[in-house]
Each structure stands twice: as C-alpha cells, then as structure tokens.
Design a binder for this molecule. Structure first.
Ligand SMILES: [Zn+2]
Length: 320
C-alpha cells in the first residue's frame, strides 16, 4: 500500500515539475506578446504624427509663385490637421511655416518715377517733363525731342532700306540715303551701313526701360530717347556705321567715312543731330552716328549756321 502511495506522490511531483516551468514559459510568452503589441501601437502613433507633420509641411515647401496656390495649400493642410488628429504640436509647426507666405509673394512694382523735371548730370529725365504732341508729324522738318512727341499710334509711310539688316525709312529719307551712300563709296571706297532706321513706339519703350534697368537712369536719360519722343519713331533718323564695321561707335567721327559724312551729309539733306558740346541744348550726349533727314534746304542752312534744330526753332532746352 505504502509503496503504491509513494509511487503516486512521485508521479504527482513529476507532473508539477513539468507544469510549473510550462506555465512560467506561457506567462513569459504572453507578457512578451503584450509588450510587443504595446510597442507596436506606440510606434504606430508616432508614425501617424510624422505623417501628419509631413502632410502639413511638404505642401508648404512647394510654396512659390502665386498667392492663389499658396492659400489653397495652406487651407488643405490645416483642414487635414483638424480632421485627422487633435494634435497641437504639428498644427503649431504648420502655422509657423505658413506665416511667411504673404511676404514671399510681393507684387512686382516698377521703380517710382519722380514728379517735376529731374536732372541727372545735365540730362533731364524725359518721364518727368511736360511734353507736347506735335501737330505736323508728317512734316520732314518736324522737331521731336524730349519735349515734343508723336502719338503712340503714329506710323509713317515706310520702305525697306538698302545696306541694312531689315531696317525701314520714310521714302524721302531712303532716296537721300541711297544717293549719299553711293557718293560716299565713290569718294572714299567705304560703304555706309544703316544700323538703325525706323523703330516703333513699343521698341523704343523696351529700349528705354531696358536701359533704365541695366545701365541706370542717368545713362538712360543721356542716351536713350523716350517712346514717342525719338526721331526714330518718325522714320527720319539714321544710326550710321560702315559695312566693314557695322556697329555704332563714337569712334566713327574719326574714320574716313565719318569725316566724309560730317562734310557732305547736308548736301543730301542730313544733319548730325546731337553734336559735341550741344548737350545742354539738345538734351542728349554727343552721338557721332545719329543723322536726321530734314531735306537739303534746311540741312544746308543748319550746316552753315552751325545751329541745332532746337536753336533754329527757338526751342532750346532750358536748364535749371
Ligand atoms: Zn539714333
């Protein structure tokens, strides 16, 4: 009997020795699972926070050109923040990054033009003077300068000019150009080249604005005619060089062709329009290349008197 009881006890102990470690292992495994699932859920939340941050910040990184698209992006980001999570931190980040948006999108503004006559080194800013529209723009002797203008829609009769790259001139000026060029070639062996003839109001506008932007307002006012107030708008002005040196240059005055022109241009109806030493009267610096067609009669009169066109009409520029 006793030995049977003992055998039972021994068997029970063996079962316990197996059950206890098994239940311990089971506890550990269960605990491990719980811990892992807790960590998983925690990292899931972190990931959502990151993605919220990203969804708020990444569209804002793209903020660039238009007020409209920036506003749209900002609205989208803030509404997703409100609906997805009630998390304050990402919203704060979004607000901080959204704040500079208006300052990144300034309206393009042109430099303000001063009022009243403004002078730079003896040259008046054409934008600041009171000007008059001329009543006789088709007259070949018309005075056009910083104070006398043609209208934006003025377009003279034009023909294609020889010895140029697609330049145009008024027919009277073009006939004289052909005669003068042939005479110069006969006398000097040099062929005159028309670098610039007629130009439109829009072309002049672009040239003047580019000059202000790239060369500065002082140089623009000394050298560049304002749209409507350029003799090139008349089709009667010629910027002259030679075929072997076709760009305009102050050195032109000292060349064979330049010297010939200074002596003979009036015979064909042209005058050197902006002579050296007359800037206070004409409003422009010396231009060795710019000739104006006036017809032989008036051109010869001015050549002999040494007057500028402003002096001839009694319309000299008045300096302050
Ligand atoms: Zn010119």
């Amino acid at each position: 009997m006793r030995s049977r009881k003992k055998t039972r006890q021994l068997a029970f102990r063996k079962v316990l020795w197996i059950l206890i470690p098994l239940s311990l292992i089971a506890c550990l495994v269960t605990g491990g699972f719980l811990l892992m699932s807790y960590l998983d859920s925690k990292s899931d939340n972190d990931l959502h926070d990151d993605s919220l941050l990203q969804s708020n910040t990444s569209p804002l990184v793209l903020i660039t050109d238009t007020q409209e698209s920036a506003t749209f992006t900002e609205t989208t980001a803030s509404s997703s923040a409100t609906t997805a999570f009630a998390v304050t931190e990402p919203t704060t980040v979004q607000t901080q990054e959204a704040t500079p948006v208006p300052t990144l999108l300034p309206e393009p503004t042109a430099a303000p033009v001063p009022t009243g006559p403004v002078w730079y080194n003896g040259f008046v800013d054409p934008r600041t003077v009171e000007f008059e529209i001329v009543s006789n723009p088709d007259d070949i002797t018309v005075l056009v300068n910083k104070y006398f203008a043609v209208t934006e829609d003025y377009s003279p009769e034009l023909v294609d000019a020889e010895s140029s790259k697609s330049q145009k001139l008024r027919p009277e000026a073009d006939d004289a150009w052909d005669l003068m060029r042939q005479a110069c070639e006969t006398d000097t062996g040099k062929t005159l080249y028309l670098t610039a003839g007629y130009s439109t109001f829009a072309q002049r506008e672009q040239l003047f604005n580019d000059a202000v932007a790239n060369k500065g307002v002082e140089r623009a006012c000394a050298k560049y005619a304002y749209p409507g107030r350029s003799e090139h708008n008349l089709g009667l002005a010629l910027d002259i060089a030679t075929t072997d040196s076709p760009s305009i240059s102050g050195d032109f005055a000292g060349t064979t062709a330049g010297i010939w022109l200074a002596e003979h241009a009036h015979e064909y109806g042209f005058i050197l329009r902006y002579p050296d030493g007359k800037s206070d009267i004409t409003g422009y610096g010396y231009e060795a290349w710019h000739y104006r067609y006036l017809g032989a009669t008036l051109a010869t009169t001015l050549h002999e008197s040494g007057q500028t066109l402003e002096e001839y009409y009694g319309k000299e520029q008045v300096m302050p």
